[in-house]
Design a binder for this molecule. Structure first.
Ligand SMILES: [Zn+2]
Length: 69
């Protein structure tokens, strides 16, 4: 069972495409070269290393509101 990583990649792509299709991108996040959540290096144009990091980041952002320091 080595498909976990591929599944995560596919999930991220699906979510990206869905977001782009519906234009639900309230916050534009610039590519920094690092995962926004855990700091791992990622390749353009990704800003998270996998869907888990994205979900955790979004959940955290939604919980704490727009201000986070
Ligand atoms: Zn990460």
């Amino acid at each position: 069972m080595s498909d976990k990583a591929d599944d995560a990649d596919a999930l991220v792509e699906l979510q990206l495409r869905a977001a782009m299709a519906s234009r639900q991108r309230p916050v534009m996040r610039p590519f920094t070269g690092c995962c926004y959540w855990c700091g791992e290096s990622v390749e353009s144009p990704r800003i998270f290393c996998d869907a888990d990091c994205r979900d955790d980041f979004e959940r955290n952002a939604a919980t704490k509101g727009s201000v986070k320091r």
